[in-house]
Each structure stands twice: as structure tokens, then as C-alpha cells.
Design a protein around this ligand. Structure first.
Ligand SMILES: [Zn+2]
Length: 431
């Protein structure tokens, strides 16, 4: 698959369970050196229907030199708890532990130990809570910045688990599997867990009449998500004619278009994918902007653009122009997000757009450079659009579609010929 086939609008990286240990601090009566202490965390994430049950056994060991010789002790721990959690409980081996939500609005609680922890002593506490999930898609990330410990993931057999490329041990039990990860697996970047309930695939179809022909749209979805499918079908029937209007060219794709409801593993971490063969994968939680973007790729594929910036820049420009008609507020949000992404990161990435590519699988470690490429492509194509104007841009689009294969020099010559303006300088700033 060429990079031009990847389609992406904005980074959707689920952090429904975000357990970043950004604020593990214990209080001490002495001037403490927290860094010397040791925290071992052993966690269990149990996937259930519409919920993940989390339990964490935390062993805190006071190794702070400043508290030696009875000069102080630790008596509490600040520990993050996933946003949107419910049923939080905390206890040690004898009784309940008091907890208090962070006053600064952060996603952590202060847990007060039932005893003072002196130098060299350890204290074990356990936290339990639930996090609500979609009934079919259980997607969350794990991050534990503990010194040691492991994570167990319990997945019932009626779920399919998609795990990132990290080491783990797997044990198949009666009606579930247990995956064990070492805490090293997610020290640097959160580990994405994607479990999808095994349900039948259903299909809903509709014929949409477009300029000069009928196109059959099918939405493949997981049983139970009829409403999602109907909504995607209705939206597609609305957006395709609007895209024809703004592009100034009839829908150039196949007479059959299939849109497939997908999990984040199936979209490889992106929001959507247009394979260029009449099939689109759409993340189950993706919004209108992603749908329009992927539909817009039907035109960019037909242009046979050689460069990824053309595919993504045009897909986003025409998404913006459709959103401007259907949801002006969302359109402006999208524009400023992309413009900010370009302005903010310009000094970090000097890469010219020609030759820009994105990884097959979206990953957190390259998210900034991926996002920057999308932003820069959008800003560039929008600048061209502002200079050329709506109608002449449509003339250019028809020429691009007729050219067969468009590289950067074909692109600039078509833009210059329809506008009668010089673009050398602008292109040299971007590509
Ligand atoms: Zn795209």
C-alpha cells in the first residue's frame, strides 16, 4: 500500500483509561527526596460488557535518606485514577483507606495511609474502580510509571483483543485469556489496548443519485449499531452531492462504495482509511469531519496525486468547504486546529512536503510529525485556494482529474495556467 492511500484527519487516541503516573507524590514531614522512594504497581484490567474493572496493588517503600533516624515519615500518596471512573474504593490489608480528589482539578486522588511509613518500611494499598466503555469497543491505554510491577489484562473469549507490538505472556483459561505485560512495555509511551466484542456483521444499503449516475452505498456494521449505520448512510447521501459541488467535478469513484465500521486496531490507529478501491474504513467513533475527509479522498485518488500532501491537503480543504456550509462552527475549529498545528511546530520540523509520508500504523512516538504534515499540507493547499479562487480552483480540479498522474511540476503548471499568476515562490516555501 502506498502512503497516498492512508487517510487521516485528526489524531484520535483513546485515553479513556489514562493512568499516567504524572503525580505520584507522598507527603513527608521532612524535606523529602521523593526520587529515592520505590513504587511497585501490579495492576489488573478486566474487560467486561460495557465496563473495564481496574484493580491496582501499590507497594510504596520509603527509601528517602532525609527521613532516616526518625526525622520524618510518609503518610499519603497522590495517585492518578482514570477520568470518568466510578465505584472507586481503596483499602489496605486491614481496613478502608481515606481518599480525596485533587483540589487542582487533576485526575488524581490523595490516599491517606492508615499508618506512618518510616525509612525502610513499605506500605501496601489497593485501589479498585470501573471505567465505562462502549458495549462493543473496549479501547483504552495503559501507562504505569512505576519502578516495577506488571499488568494483567483479562479478556473474555467473546472479545477479540488487538495488542500493540510489545512482549507479553498469554494464558488461555476456561472462558477467558490472561495477558501479562511487564511494566517496561509502557514506561515511555502508553500501550493501546483494543478489545472488540465478537458480534455478527450487518449491512445497510442505499442508492444515492449523484450527477449523472446512481451510486450504491453500503455500510457494514457490527450488530447492535444500526443507528450508527443509518446515520453514516444518511450523512454520506448528504455529503457526496456537496462534495461534487465544491470540487466542481462529479463523484469519480466506483458505482459501489462500502463504508466499514472499524475498531481503532482495524484503522491502525488512524480515524479512517480510504483504500482507493471503493472501500472506506471508518472508526466507529469518528465524526462528520472524518467521514467527509474520507469521502473526499475518492476525488484525490482519482487525481492520481503522486504526493501525500496533495491527497491530504485537498481532502482537508474540501472537508473544510463542506463543513462551512453544514456546520460553520466546526469548520472554523478545524481550520484553526490545522493552522495552529503548522504555526506551533514549524521550528521542530523543517521537512519539505514533497516526499512527506506517514507510518503504516499510527503511533504515539511520531504523532507530532504526522500531525505537522497534515497541518502544513492543509495550510499550503488553502493558500493556493485563496490565491486562485473558488471557481478557478474548480477548473484546475477538472484538469487535475483529466491529467492521469499528477506530480508537483504538473500541479504548479495547472495552477499557474488557470490562475494566470506566478506560484514559484509559494511552492518553494512548502515543497
Ligand atoms: Zn486523508
Amino acid at each position: 500500500m502506498e502512503s497516498g492511500h492512508y487517510s487521516f484527519t485528526s489524531i484520535v487516541f483513546y485515553s479513556l483509561i489514562s493512568v499516567t503516573l504524572f503525580c505520584v507524590l507522598a507527603t513527608s514531614q521532612a524535606s523529602a527526596d521523593w526520587g529515592q522512594n520505590e513504587v511497585e504497581v501490579n495492576s489488573v484490567y478486566e474487560v467486561g460488557c460495557g465496563v473495564v474493572h481496574v484493580s491496582k496493588e501499590i507497594t510504596f517503600t520509603n527509601m528517602d535518606e532525609n527521613t532516616r533516624y526518625w526525622q520524618g515519615f510518609y503518610s499519603s500518596l497522590n495517585y492518578p485514577v482514570a477520568p470518568g471512573h466510578s465505584n472507586l474504593s481503596s483499602f489496605d490489608d486491614s481496613s478502608e483507606i481515606k481518599s480525596k480528589r485533587a483540589e487542582d482539578g487533576g485526575n488524581y486522588y490523595m490516599f491517606t495511609f492508615n499508618e506512618n511509613v518510616w525509612y525502610g518500611d513499605s506500605y501496601i494499598l489497593t485501589l479498585e474502580y470501573d471505567v465505562r466503555m462502549d458495549p462493543i469497543y473496549t479501547t483504552f491505554t495503559i501507562r504505569e510509571q512505576s519502578d516495577s510491577g506488571n499488568v494483567k489484562l483479562i479478556v473474555p473469549d467473546n472479545y477479540e483483543a488487538y495488542l500493540e507490538d510489545v512482549d507479553y505472556a498469554k494464558e488461555n483459561l476456561d472462558d477467558h485469556a490472561v495477558y501479562t505485560f511487564d511494566n517496561k512495555s509502557f514506561q515511555e509511551f502508553p500501550l493501546r489496548i483494543d478489545c472488540v466484542k465478537t458480534v455478527d456483521t450487518m449491512v445497510d444499503s442505499e442508492i444515492v443519485s449523484l450527477e449523472g449516475r446512481n451510486v450504491s452505498i453500503s455500510v457494514e456494521y457490527r450488530q447492535g449499531n444500526d443507528e450508527w449505520a443509518q446515520n453514516v448512510l444518511d450523512k454520506t447521501a448528504t455529503y457526496l452531492p456537496l462534495l461534487e459541488d465544491v470540487w466542481g467535478a462529479p463523484y469519480p469513484g466506483n458505482s459501489y462504495l462500502t463504508i466499514r465500521e472499524s475498531s481503532i486496531a482495524e484503522t491502525k490507529g488512524y480515524d479512517g482509511f480510504n483504500y482507493g478501491n471503493g472501500t472506506i474504513s471508518l472508526l466507529h467513533s469518528a465524526g462528520d469531519r472524518v467521514l467527509i475527509h474520507e469521502l473526499s479522498h475518492s476525488w484525490t485518488h482519482a487525481c492520481n496525486f503522486e504526493q501525500l500532501w496533495m491527497h491530504e491537503g485537498y481532502a482537508n480543504l474540501y472537508t473544510f468547504l463542506v463543513l462551512k456550509q453544514t456546520n460553520p462552527e466546526k469548520a472554523l475549529t478545524m481550520k484553526s486546529e490545522l493552522e495552529d498545528g503548522y504555526g506551533k511546530n514549524g521550528h521542530n520540523f523543517v521537512q519539505a512536503l514533497d516526499g512527506w509520508s506517514i507510518p503504516d500504523e499510527y503511533n504515539t512516538s511520531s504523532s507530532e510529525s504526522i500531525g505537522y504534515g497534515y497541518s502544513k499540507s492543509f495550510v499550503f493547499v488553502s493558500d493556493i485556494y485563496e490565491n486562485v479562487g473558488f471557481e478557478r480552483m474548480q477548473i484546475a480540479n477538472r484538469k487535475l482529474l483529466a491529467t492521469g498522474n499528477v506530480d508537483t511540476s504538473d500541479h504548479i503548471s495547472i495552477i499557474e495556467s488557470v490562475s494566470g499568476k506566478e506560484f514559484d515562490e509559494m511552492y518553494s516555501n512548502f515543497v
